[in-house]
Design a protein around this ligand. Sequence first.
Ligand SMILES: Cc1cc2nc3c(=O)[nH]c(=O)nc-3n(C[C@H](O)[C@H](O)[C@H](O)COP(=O)(O)O)c2cc1C
Length: 180
Amino acid sequence: MTATIGLFFGSTGGAGAAVADLIKDLIDETGLATVDVHDIAFSEMKELEQYDYLILGISTWNIGQLQDDWALKFKQLDDIDLSGKPVAIYGMGDQYGYPDSFVDAIGILSEKVIERGAEPAGFQLVDDSYQFEYSAAVIDGVFVGLALDDDNQSEMTTPRTQAWVATVLEDFKLAVPVPA
Ligand SMILES: Cc1cc2nc3c(=O)[nH]c(=O)nc-3n(C[C@H](O)[C@H](O)[C@H](O)COP(=O)(O)O)c2cc1C
């Protein structure tokens, strides 16, 4: 039976919502898994527990803050059990406009899901294509999720997402790693 991944996103302006659909298309077409997409604005955090694999999408707003719909329900995460569940996070940000808090929400959400027992997946090296000063999403030179900047680098959104989806499927052990 094909695995089902639950994707829950919060998006104020629609950028992260579009990426949710892109991720769904990319994963569904592999035949390795199917993706159920949920807008967190119309979901309860309890629904996260129904899936064996999770992808969470969040943008950063108001200088280093969680996207509004996530912020409203963030406390509910304290009652959620994510023990042993693989969780990958993607996030939208603006590295030129907010270079000291670029995609901070990825880092905040990552810390919380790890606290709830999740197995974090889909980490990504910070390469030269990014220019920012600080991000709460970076630990030891690695983004703890997929960092996307649709405001300034929209042409990179699809290739970055394609590469990340391949990593996530490997980390979820749904795809065999391709030898380097
Ligand atoms: C008032 C305001 C504050 C923002 N703060 C941040 C920030 O601190 N860090 C960041 O990376 N992006 C920040 N952004 C940029 C948004 O995250 C970016 O536009 C993103 O694409 C929005 O995604 P969404 O449409 O899915 O919500 C901010 C944007 C606005 C308008």
